[in-house]
Design a protein around this ligand. Structure first.
Ligand code: FES
Length: 141
């Protein structure tokens, strides 16, 4: 190998290493890591004593946020907290008894159905199981 070949090889290798160092974080950002959804079928969402009537709390359901609501009537309901419009996180609006998305004023009723705003689909509704003081949430079906 002469000096010219060595120089070309060195410059080519440097260019490839620089390009890889630049592209790797972008690819990692665009393609999020796979989460093991199978292990997240049932999660402990909280304790009964932590929920006063007509209140809601965000909890983690796998890799996504979810909302557990204790209605004014004392019924526990759980929903995906990911808005179906542009994936903002919804909150519980105690004044209206609805789930509210602050990004574009989306609103969902206590069945997860869209009642106002741009969301194109209802929120996913989860099954709730109260076992003593513990509240467990799981996917339906
Ligand atoms: S992201 Fe929720 S209404 Fe737009």
């Amino acid at each position: 190998m002469n000096r010219r070949q060595f120089g070309n090889l060195f410059l080519g290798g440097s260019f490839l290493a620089t390009a890889a160092a630049f592209l790797f974080p972008i690819v990692r950002y665009v393609l999020p890591p796979k989460q093991a959804e199978a292990s997240q079928k049932r999660v402990a969402a909280g304790k009964v004593k932590d929920f006063s009537p007509n209140s809601g709390k965000i909890f983690k359901f796998g890799s996504t946020p979810a909302m557990l609501v204790n209605t004014a009537e004392g019924q526990f309901l759980a929903f995906s907290a990911v808005c179906t419009h542009l994936t903002c996180t919804v909150t519980y609006d105690a004044a209206s008894g609805t789930l509210y998305c602050p990004c574009h004023n989306g609103r969902f009723d206590m069945s997860g159905r869209v009642v106002a705003g741009p969301p194109p689909a209802p929120l996913e509704v989860y099954a709730v199981e109260v076992a003593g003081e513990d509240i467990f949430v799981s996917r339906k079906g």
